[in-house]
Design a protein around this ligand. Structure first.
Ligand code: ZN
Length: 575
C-alpha cells in the first residue's frame, strides 16, 4: 500500500471527549471514527487490526473443536421472554418493532437463539459435545458509552457456546476454552490474567472467569494473591470477616449512645475531620431502591458498598440504584449524609456488612439533619437480623484462600467464560436423548471475547507518548518504507524496489511516498505504530545500506540493502 493512497486521516490533536490513551490514539492515528455515541466506523488500518485479531481467535477456536456459524442480529422477543431476560435486560437492550408490531431486539448476546437452534437439530448424545461460535456485532444501549472502543453500544465479539451431555463434559469444554483463551491473548501480545467474576445477567451456576488485560485505564479492579492462585475482580472477591466478628449483642464496655452535633458535615471525611476520628470508626449507610423497595446497607466508613453482592444477597433486582434525595425525603427526614441504622423506618430492609457487624463503638448518622450518634454498638443499638459480605474487596486485605495480603491492579475485561449449567436449556426445553434413552437438558457454557475491545486494550498496554506500539501479530502492517527525498530518482527507485521485494516476500508493507517533510513521515509512522521502519536515503544508498528502526525498542541499525528483506523476514519469524 502506498501511503499517498491509504485512507488513514491522522489528527494533530485528539477530540476533547477522548479521555484515555487508546481512544485518543485510535482516533488520531486514523484507525476509527465516531459515528454517534458509542458507535464507531473502522477505517482501513483499524479494520486490518480487527481482521487479524479475528483470525487468531478463529484459528484457536477451530483448533479447540469449535465450528463457525453466523447467528442473526435481529432476534424475536418471544425467545427472550421464555428465559425471563426480556425484562431482566432492562434499558440496556436495543428494542424494535416490525411493521406488524412484533417485538424484536438487536442481540446483546446469543444464548437464547443458539439454544433454540440446537434444540431443533440436535437430538442425541451421539451429536455431543457441540461447540459453535460466531464473530459478530453485539448491541448494548449503555447508559454512559465512553472510552471509545472500550465501552461502546455496538461492538465486535466472538461468542462460543458449548453443549455437553454431562456436568463433567461441560467442565472439560470450559477448561479447553480457558486454555484456548490464554493462547489467543498471548498470540495477540496482550498481557492477561484470568480472575473469578460475577455471572451477572448471563447467569448460570457453574462459575465464571474474566480475562483481564492489566492496564491503568481499565474500568475493573482486580485483586490477586501473591502466594496462591487466587485472583478475582473486586466485585466478586470474597472478603474475610474480621476475627472478632462475634455477632453482637455481646455486651461491650461502651457507654450508651449519645448525640453529637455535626452541622453541615455530610461526608465521612467531613465528620471524620470534625470529630477527630478515623473513617473506620464510622458506619456508612447507603440507601438503595431495588424494584421500588428500600434497602439500607451499612458498611464501615472506610469501605465501599458492593452493588453486585447487594444484588446477589438481597435481590436479584431488575433495577437497583442508589436512592435519590426525593426517595430519602420520603423515608427519613434528612439528606443522605445523615442516614444511619438506628431507629431506621421499617420501610427499609436493613443489611449490615459483616465487618460492620462487630461488637465495637461506631459513629453514624442519626436520621436528622446535622446530627450523628456516637458510641453506637451494632446489635445493641440496631438489629443485626441480616449480615453478609456486602463490600468491595481491596488490595491489602487477606486472601480468602490462604490469608496472604492481596495485591491489586486495574484491568480491561477482554474475555469471559461461563459454565451455564442447564439454565437456558431448562428454560427453553432444549433436550436430547442420553445413553439410557432418557430425555435430558443440555449442559451449556458460553465464552466471549471482545474483539474490538482487545484492539483498544493492546493500545493501552503498549502505547507511548508518540503513538501506538502494535504487537507484530496484530499490527495493521509490519513495515513502512520511508524514502528520505521522494524527488531523488535514485532514492525513490531503491525505496520502490525494497517495497516490491518486501511485499513479494509476504511482508505487509507501506511505502510512504507522500511529498511530506521527513519529520512528518516519522511522526506518522510512530503514531500509527508500524513495528518496523526502513529508511532509504542518498547517504545510506552510498553505503549500500538502509536504516532499520524497531518501534517497540527504538533500536536503530544499519543493514546492507541486499539483506534487508531477509532481516525483516527473520524478525517476523522470531515473533
Ligand atoms: Zn492466597
Amino acid at each position: 500500500m502506498k501511503m499517498s493512497r491509504l485512507f488513514a486521516p491522522t489528527l494533530r490533536e485528539a477530540p476533547a471527549e477522548a479521555e484515555i490513551a487508546s481512544h485518543k490514539l485510535l482516533l488520531r492515528a486514523g484507525f476509527i471514527r465516531k459515528s454517534t455515541a458509542g458507535i464507531y466506523t473502522y477505517l482501513p488500518l483499524g479494520w486490518r487490526v480487527i481482521r487479524k485479531i479475528e483470525q487468531i481467535v478463529r484459528e484457536e477456536m477451530n483448533a479447540a473443536g469449535g465450528q463457525e456459524i453466523m447467528l442473526p442480529v435481529v432476534q424475536p422477543a418471544e425467545l427472550w421472554q421464555a428465559t425471563g431476560r426480556w425484562e431482566l435486560y432492562g434499558p440496556e437492550m436495543f428494542r424494535l418493532r416490525d411493521r406488524h408490531s412484533r417485538e424484536f431486539c438487536l442481540g446483546p448476546t446469543h444464548e437464547e437463539i443458539i439454544t433454540e437452534l440446537v434444540k431443533s437439530d440436535v437430538h442425541s448424545y451421539k451429536q455431543l459435545p457441540l461447540l459453535l461460535y460466531q464473530i459478530q456485532n453485539k448491541y448494548r444501549d449503555e447508559r454512559r458509552p465512553r472510552f471509545g472502543l472500550m465501552r461502546g453500544r455496538e461492538f465486535i465479539m466472538m461468542d462460543l457456546y458449548s453443549f455437553d451431555r454431562s456436568p463433567e463434559g461441560a467442565r472439560e469444554s470450559y477448561a479447553r476454552m480457558q486454555t484456548a483463551y490464554e493462547a489467543i491473548f498471548r498470540r495477540c501480545g496482550l498481557s492477561c490474567r484470568a480472575v473469578e467474576a460475577d455471572a451477572g445477567a448471563i447467569g448460570g451456576s457453574g462459575g465464571t472467569h474474566e480475562f483481564m488485560a492489566l492496564a491503568e485505564a481499565g474500568e475493573a479492579e482486580v485483586v490477586f494473591c501473591p502466594d496462591c492462585a487466587y485472583a478475582a475482580n473486586t466485585e466478586k472477591a470474597e472478603c474475610v470477616p474480621p476475627p472478632a466478628a462475634a455477632p453482637s449483642p455481646s455486651p461491650i464496655a461502651a457507654p450508651p449512645r449519645a448525640e453529637v452535633a455535626t452541622p453541615g458535615a455530610r461526608t465521612i471525611e467531613e465528620v471524620s475531620a470534625l470529630l477527630g476520628l478515623p473513617p473506620e470508626r464510622f458506619l456508612k449507610t447507603l440507601v438503595y431502591k431495588g424494584d421500588g423497595q428500600y434497602l439500607a446497607v451499612v458498611v464501615r466508613g472506610d469501605r465501599t458498598a458492593n452493588e453486585v453482592k447487594i444484588n446477589n444477597c438481597l435481590g436479584p433486582f431488575r433495577d437497583l440504584r442508589l436512592a435519590d434525595e426525593d426517595d430519602l425525603a420520603a423515608l427519613v427526614a434528612c439528606g443522605s449524609g445523615f442516614v444511619g441504622p438506628v431507629d431506621l423506618p421499617a420501610a427499609a430492609r436493613l443489611a449490615v456488612d459483616s465487618e460492620a457487624a462487630v461488637s465495637a463503638a461506631f459513629v453514624c448518622g442519626a436520621n436528622r439533619p446535622d446530627v450523628h450518634w456516637r458510641d453506637v454498638v451494632p446489635g445493641r443499638d440496631f438489629p443485626l437480623s441480616l449480615t453478609a459480605d456486602l463490600r468491595l474487596a481491596r488490595a491489602g486485605e487477606p486472601c480468602p484462600r490462604c490469608g496472604a495480603a492481596l495485591s491489586g491492579a486495574r484491568g480491561i475485561e477482554v474475555g469471559q467464560v461461563f459454565n451455564l449449567g442447564q439454565k437456558y436449556s431448562d428454560a427453553l426445553s432444549a433436550r436430547f436423548l442420553n445413553e439410557a434413552g432418557k430425555s435430558q437438558s443440555f449442559y451449556m457454557g458460553c465464552y466471549g471475547i471482545g474483539v474490538s475491545r482487545a484492539m483498544a486494550a493492546a493500545v493501552e498496554q503498549r502505547g507511548d507518548e508518540s503513538g501506538i506500539i502494535w504487537p507484530l501479530a496484530i499490527a495493521p502492517y509490519h513495515c513502512v518504507v520511508v524514502p528520505v527525498n521522494e524527488k531523488d530518482p535514485a532514492v525513490m527507485a531503491a525505496a520502490m524496489a525494497l517495497y516490491d521485494e518486501l511485499r513479494a516476500a509476504g511482508v505487509e508493507t507501506v511505502l510512504d511516498d507522500r511529498p511530506e517533510r521527513l519529520g512528518v513521515k516519522f511522526k506518522d509512522a510512530d503514531l500509527i505504530g508500524f513495528p518496523l521502519r526502513l529508511v532509504v536515503s542518498a547517504a545510506n544508498l552510498a553505503q549500500g545500506q538502509a536504516e532499520l528502526k524497531r518501534r517497540q525498542t527504538g533500536d536503530l541499525e544499519f543493514i546492507p540493502l541486499t539483506e534487508a528483506v531477509a532481516r525483516v523476514r527473520l524478525i517476523l519469524e522470531e515473533n
